[in-house]
Design a protein around this ligand. Sequence first.
Ligand SMILES: [Zn+2]
Length: 172
Amino acid sequence: MPRLLAPVAFIGLLLSAAWHVGLLFHHDLLGPGGTVLFIGIFVVWFPTVFYLRRFDSTTGQGRRSWKVWLAGGPDWLYPLLQGIVVYAVINFGLGFLGVYSMEGPGFWRMASGHAMVFYGAAWGVAYAAMRREDEGIEWRCQNGHEVPPDAKFCAECGAPVIPPRFVPGAGA
Ligand SMILES: [Zn+2]
């Protein structure tokens, strides 16, 4: 599933970024297509949440964080997504404070900032999952149970975690 989700969410991220930048300069590049793009958030978000729930349940108990979900991804992935979130919050804050009107085109300026967050997060999760698969990275305890990347001991049997298997070029 991440293999399908990653490119779709990435296209969504690029389109919402282009849409957003256009709106900043008072050009609505997508027109009615913007509504479709906004609805598309749900199309990528449901499988993403479904994937994360499954990922969490197969890696034992305990809370997960974005660092765990993005493990195996490139180092710049987490800061990039953080940057998008911070930007969207500032963008929303400016509208909230009346720096721009949140009605009419201004609504879409706000909404497209949020769209970038959701598409970005969905893409990041799927991209990291793909990289883990491609590079054969997996986290297991000595008895073979799957464990979260930040664990030192298995939540199921208490055995120590073995370092990730790293096989360059493994998987397809
Ligand atoms: Zn175990």
